[in-house]
Design a protein around this ligand. Structure first.
Ligand code: MN
Length: 462
């Protein structure tokens, strides 16, 4: 399959018989068709769906109704479980076939629309009526550090004399995160406890973090895996990538600064990660592919295993990411969320294919459903910084909210929302939905050693 081929499913003029999919502001026009998992409120088993406007196409119900033929029918047959893993395991051929089949089924067909009114019934549900679930059973989660602007800014805050370490421009730097604490958008994020030491103190203390932060990232899902001991060459790397979602890598900066040397982030980041519910397929992103980061003169060329002509020409993805904040006081006063930043994924120094090639270059096996996150997406301008650590210079430059409140890091009750869109002239705009989390208070300490049950507001919700 050619790696970057625009076809009839991307045509900007394509319309759907689902009316809300044709609204200019929707994230989910017929050119997108992202995959997710939904369930009627209170129901246990999730079902695989495809977002279309403000509706969800129930893939198994559509299959039973005869909506798909050929390869699309085979791919839809992999969607009877409660996650996208079986579909992703079948690789790009399957995700491409299902998206193409769904496009044909959902495209405006005036003859059929006239015959059947609003279109076939029983295969669509209203997104507002269901819960969106974690779409993928994620076995392993790796977080990269691919924005050179983020790496330089953060390095300057922690090591003013030595911001960018000498390996940065040679290695896609990353760390192994924790998959168990990944949750889908909409739930609470409990302020974590941890060990911190202020610069003027001799001994550390244990307590709730006072420097809770978000990180605006995109995540890339692995489709087909690779065998242990068999690296994925860079020119085959995109065969193993099936889709993209928003990622918020919540981070406790005070815990991080005390624990991160010598082995990198640990408890500062594994207490919670939020992802958006919809996985935008690799195929839907084709019109938004872009050249890889152009390295300034004097930067080293990547080593051969990280170098590819196709990747240099089209390895990046042009996605705009914005971060919005709304405090509890703003919600109570009905003040809308305030935008804190806008970043672009083309500012990454490394491409997704380079991340995959590097990750497997030692023989490490990636498995279906693994999530590789980009690292904080920050750009060169002050309005493009993807976390509060950078926006407030580690708390040294507080900012004001429209409510008159001041912020350095996140307070209890703060709601962080991330959105992302792909916009390019000559293409239909597609979006990623929302990735949202609300900070709830730390669990109350008991004798400084343990905790009682979570506060009411912190109880689990999807
Ligand atoms: Mn991160």
């Amino acid at each position: 399959m050619p790696p970057h081929e625009i076809d009839h499913t991307h045509a900007p003029a394509l319309r759907s018989w689902v009316a809300s999919a044709n609204e200019p502001e929707t994230d989910f026009p017929i050119q997108n068709l992202p995959f997710g998992v939904f369930a009627p409120t209170g129901q246990v088993a999730g079902r695989v769906g495809i977002a279309i406007g403000d509706r969800i196409l129930d893939v198994a119900a559509a299959l039973d109704a005869g909506a798909f033929t050929g390869a699309a029918r085979d791919a839809a047959g992999l969607c009877r479980g409660p996650t996208l893993n079986a579909l992703f395991a079948a690789g790009r051929q399957a995700t491409r076939a299902l998206r193409t089949g769904a496009s044909a089924f959902l495209a405006a067909d005036h003859a059929r629309a006239a015959r059947e009114g609003a279109g076939p019934t029983g295969v669509l549900v209203r997104m507002a009526d269901v819960e969106l679930r974690l779409p993928v059973a994620i076995g392993d989660y790796t977080d990269f550090y691919a924005s050179v602007y983020h790496a330089t800014n953060v390095g300057a805050l922690f090591r003013p004399d030595n911001p960018l370490l000498p390996n940065y421009k040679h290695i896609p730097i990353g760390y192994h995160g924790r998959a168990s604490s990944i949750r889908v958008s909409g739930g609470p994020v409990i302020r974590p406890h941890g060990q911190t030491r202020s610069p003027d103190a001799v001994a550390p203390v244990f307590g709730p973090t006072r420097a809770l932060d978000y990180e605006a990232e995109m995540g890339f899902f692995i489709g087909r895996g690779n065998a242990l001991g068999e690296p994925i060459p860079i020119d085959r790397a995109e065969d193993h990538l099936v889709g993209v979602c928003l990622v918020n890598d919540w981070s406790a900066r005070d815990i991080q600064s005390w624990e991160y040397q010598p082995l990198g982030p640990f408890l500062a980041k594994n207490f919670g990660t939020t992802i958006s519910p919809w996985v935008v397929s690799w195929e839907a992103l084709t019109p938004f592919r872009a050249p890889a980061f152009v390295r300034p003169a004097g930067d080293p060329a990547p080593l051969p295993y990280l170098r590819s002509e196709v990747d240099a020409r089209l390895g990046a993805i042009d996605i705009g990411i914005e971060v919005l904040l709304r405090s509890r006081q703003m919600r109570d006063a009905e003040i809308p969320p305030v935008r804190l930043s806008r970043g672009r994924l083309t500012d990454l120094y490394w491409t997704p294919a380079q991340m995959v090639a590097h990750h497997t270059s030692n023989g490490c096996d990636l498995r279906t459903g693994d999530l590789l996150a980009s690292g904080t997406v920050s750009g060169p301008t002050p309005d493009s910084l993807g976390c509060l650590l950078e926006l407030t210079a580690r708390g040294a430059r507080p900012f004001m909210l429209p409510s008159g409140e001041q912020r350095t890091f996140l307070e209890d009750g703060d709601e962080v929302t991330m959105r992302a869109r792909c916009e390019r002239s000559g293409a239909a705009t597609i979006g990623f939905g929302t990735c949202r989390g609300t900070i709830v208070p730390a669990m109350p300490a008991r004798d400084g050693a343990g905790w009682s049950a979570p506060l009411p507001g912190a109880s689990a919700s999807p």
